[in-house]
Design a protein around this ligand. Structure first.
Ligand SMILES: *Cc1c(COP(=O)(O)O)cnc(C)c1O
Length: 382
């Protein structure tokens, strides 16, 4: 489909770079001249700043959000025979790592307004094999961490927060990633704090876990060429770290812009019949990595997916790009056929996959562009 010249992208990471290009370019050149490309003072400096931002004592940087989750599970010694409870409505990386350590993902359905784990359904999924829960603060909206931590504590389960889409969000005044035992972050370029390449980080207040993570990310080695266990190579580059140091200073301003855009979207989209806009829970402050609405009103189960796809194509014709996060829930993915889940078993997640559209959302989105998105939606649905 041909996009009009004025078409609005779903995200635009070039604009963000342009706005801080002079600062970033100078800092990158300095790292290049330093000869310290892996580890070293710039990476350690970023780890300290990221820990301080979250009010935790430890931050361990690594190569990606996926690695952060994998290393967290390894540090907690979760493996064969263990079960980990999580959501089926997330990016595949969240559960891929559960299998990578030899454990089994157990899926619990989501809440219809936040797209996050329905905390009231967790207890029923706990078995003697359950070792941990991975709440995902999806689209930047925090999970009900008060409810979740209470269940985890009463069953003695570890909590690994997947904060890949929620850097800067908070629950009850505490930053996400500082509430569970371990927080996992991604610096993939389109995340709220995005690098210019892959990157990730792990936060915790547990110094023993942090030491284990540092050994695991460095080939299971504390002393060079002495290997205590099987680890991986998962380090953050100094070039990424220096870019992230700069961007971290802008993060709150960028997140605030996203919050204003979300409020504006809500004000108008909640008036359009057939659109269900997202809402955060009381107690949470979201950072809106995505603004994901539901298109409802047409038939259910399959028919609504076609209707949603039609709405997306109409938007595209009007010059509005959108994204589809996520078209298929994880419990119905081919790779998980052997787990035995059936269609209809986690109905809220399944319906979300048929109804969702993620609208343009990035700090540089202008008021005019946002109005164009709203008018386009109004047109499609009237
Ligand atoms: C992006 C993402 C990840 C993985 O992060 P990478 O840095 O791309 O490996 C994990 N979980 C969720 C929810 C994500 O959105």
């Amino acid at each position: 489909m041909i996009q009009s010249i004025n078409s609005i992208p779903a995200f635009d990471i070039k604009q963000q770079y342009t706005s801080i290009a002079a600062e970033v370019n100078a800092a990158v050149l300095e790292v290049l001249a330093s000869g310290r490309y892996i580890g070293g003072p710039v990476v350690e400096g970023f780890e300290q700043q990221f820990a301080a931002y979250h009010g935790v004592t430890e931050c361990v940087a690594c190569n990606s959000g996926t690695d952060a989750l994998y290393l967290a599970l390894r540090a907690l010694e979760i493996g064969a025979g263990d079960e980990v409870i999580t959501t089926p409505f997330t990016f595949f990386a969240t559960t891929e790592v559960i299998n990578a350590v030899g454990a089994k993902p157990v899926f619990v359905d989501i809440d219809a307004t936040t797209f996050n784990l329905d905390v009231t359904q967790i207890a029923a999924a706990i078995t003697p094999k359950t070792k941990a829960i991975i709440p995902v603060h999806l689209f930047g909206l925090p999970v009900d961490m008060t409810g979740l931590m209470a269940i985890a504590q009463s069953h003695n389960l570890a909590v690994i927060e997947d904060c890949a889409q929620s850097t800067g969000a908070s629950w009850g005044g505490q930053k996400v990633g500082s509430i569970g035992h371990i927080g996992c972050f991604s610096f993939y370029p389109t995340k709220n704090l995005g690098g210019c390449g892959d990157g990730g980080a792990i936060t915790t207040n547990d110094s023993a876990i942090a030491s284990k993570l540092r050994v695991l990310r460095e080939h299971g080695s504390k002393t060079r060429y002495i290997h205590e266990e099987i680890g991986v190579n998962s380090r953050l580059d100094a070039i990424q770290a220096v870019i992230l140091q700069i961007k971290l200073r802008h993060l709150d301003i960028w997140n605030k812009k996203r919050q204003e855009l979300a409020t504006y979207y809500y004000q108008f989209l909640s008036q359009i019949p057939g659109i269900v806009p997202p809402q955060e829970l009381l107690g949470g402050v979201g950072v809106w990595n995505q603004y994901t609405i539901r298109i409802s009103g047409e038939g259910r189960n399959g028919a609504s997916a076609q209707y949603r796809d039609w709405v997306r194509s109409q938007l595209q014709e009007k010059g509005v790009s959108s994204m589809l996060y996520y078209p298929r829930p994880l419990h119905l993915q081919p790779v998980y056929e052997s787990l035995g889940y059936q269609p209809g078993q986690l109905p809220v997640s399944e319906q979300a996959c048929h109804e969702v559209i993620s609208l343009p959302m990035f700090p540089e989105l202008t008021a005019e562009q946002q109005d164009q998105v709203i008018y386009a939606l109004k047109d499609c649905l009237s």
